[in-house]
Design a protein around this ligand. Sequence first.
Ligand SMILES: [Ca+2]
Ligand SMILES: [Ca+2]
Length: 71
Amino acid sequence: MADDYATTFQIVDVDGDGLISIPELSRLMEVLGEPITPEAAQAAVARIDVDGDGLISLEEFAGFLSRHRAG
Ligand SMILES: [Ca+2]
Ligand SMILES: [Ca+2]
């Protein structure tokens, strides 16, 4: 399960620095055919970001997805 998250994370993390930034999230939504504004991307990151550094770590990403799946 964690491997699934890691694989998805690596796809989103385009520059491979181990963190998902706001531009990377924007790009993902564009690829998914649901482009969002920079403001919406920022809000989405803020919702997933637990430690408040403005970036999404794999841990935060996995935590968000597992909460999401659990409903
Ligand atoms: Ca990155
Ligand atoms: Ca963070």
